[in-house]
Design a protein around this ligand. Structure first.
Ligand code: PHE
Length: 337
């Protein structure tokens, strides 16, 4: 039996009242589904009619088919428009809306500076190494040509670990030179940033501070190479027109030894205007140190250096007191975002 007009009329009403896209989909299947759709079945039945009746019914059915398809389309559009509308009302994104400004964090001055150090020395072919903060007396002093009775130990008084004879918090990153040379064959270039500990505490000294060590060993490395690397690093890390000077300096593990002072540009009170701040210790690695790690000083030579990170940042940003680095005061830190 081909359904009557009432049936199609009813479908039309159901379509116009469909509450959701799912409901519309179900109706679509009921009417046009290939297996059970009423319209599909009706068209199949046409074949059983006489030719005259068939032509007439076919016309009628095509009319309903058109109406129902149109109604479906219209309803579909209506439902999607409505769902967009409700999305806008709940979690839709209004791209014209101005949101309150979000505060984004940034690295602390010290790790930020260390990243920059790694970048600058990375470009000069230096590898980044690491070493322990708890050291033995052997690595921190003896192997670096500073025996127990050497007066150079006085300037590096540190924290010794309770219950052990020879464990201490390293006073310098220089023991990493020893670790590195014991495990690598020259030629090489390395830097090693890290924390170090001494008993001093005032505006330019803290019991914990940061250094980075550097080492370059090869067959014909000279003091001129060292100066070139120092000058490039200081200019890149502080500014191209920074004022600095080399002077001779004593460190038991280098010979000859140099220090680099950078002119302090002065704080608001101008108290340090024109003064020099010692920032770098460096020199040609002492033959005794090379021998200690089994490198033949007649075959290889090179230079080592140690930079004070806080002091570099103090000069770069005109910070008068290095204790500001560690208090976690956001009023201080936010100035450098
Ligand atoms: N370790 C020395 C210090 O802390 C600096 C230094 C490193 C000097 C390497 C020479 C060579 O003062």
């Amino acid at each position: 039996m081909i359904p009557s007009s009432d049936t199609w009329q009813l479908f039309l009403e159901q379509i116009s009242m469909a509450p959701s896209a799912d409901a519309l989909e179900t109706l679509d299947l009921q009417i046009f589904g290939r297996k059970q759709g009423n319209m599909t079945a009706a068209f199949k039945e046409l074949g059983t009619l006489s030719q005259e009746a068939r032509i007439q019914k076919a016309q009628e059915l095509n009319g309903w088919k058109q109406k129902l398809t149109d109604a479906m389309e219209t309803k579909k559009k209506e439902l999607t428009a409505a769902s967009h509308g409700s999305l806008a009302g709940t979690d839709g994104i209004d791209v014209t809306l101005e949101l309150p400004e979000q505060e984004t964090g940034h690295l602390h001055l010290i790790p930020e500076f260390i990243e920059r150090v790694e970048e600058v020395f990375g470009r000069m072919g230096f590898e980044i190494a690491e070493g322990p903060e708890i050291e033995t007396e052997e690595f921190n002093f003896n192997m670096l040509n500073i025996p127990a009775t050497h007066p150079a130990r006085d300037g590096q008084d540190t924290f010794w670990l309770e219950g052990s004879e020879d464990l201490l918090l390293r006073t310098q990153t220089s023991p990493v030179q020893i670790h590195y040379m014991q495990t690598h064959k020259p030629p090489f270039r390395m830097i090693c940033p890290g924390r170090v500990y001494r008993k001093d505490a005032d505006a330019t000294h803290s019991p914990m501070f940061h250094q980075f060590e550097g080492l370059m060993i090869g067959k014909d490395i000279s003091l001129a190479n060292m100066k070139a690397v120092m000058i490039t690093a200081i200019r890149e890390l502080i500014s191209p027109d920074v004022h600095f000077r080399f002077r001779t300096g004593f460190f038991p593990f280098v010979e000859p030894g140099l220090e680099v002072d950078i002119r302090w540009q002065g704080d608001e009170t101008k108290s340090r205007e024109g003064k020099w701040l010692e920032v770098v210790g460096c020199g040609m690695v002492h033959a005794n140190v090379l021998k200690n790690v089994g490198i033949d000083p007649d075959e290889y030579q090179g230079f080592a250096f140690g930079f004070g990170i806080e002091r570099m940042i103090m000069i770069k940003h005109q910070i008068p007191d290095l204790r500001a680095f560690y208090t976690g005061d956001l009023r201080f830190l936010r100035q450098f975002s």
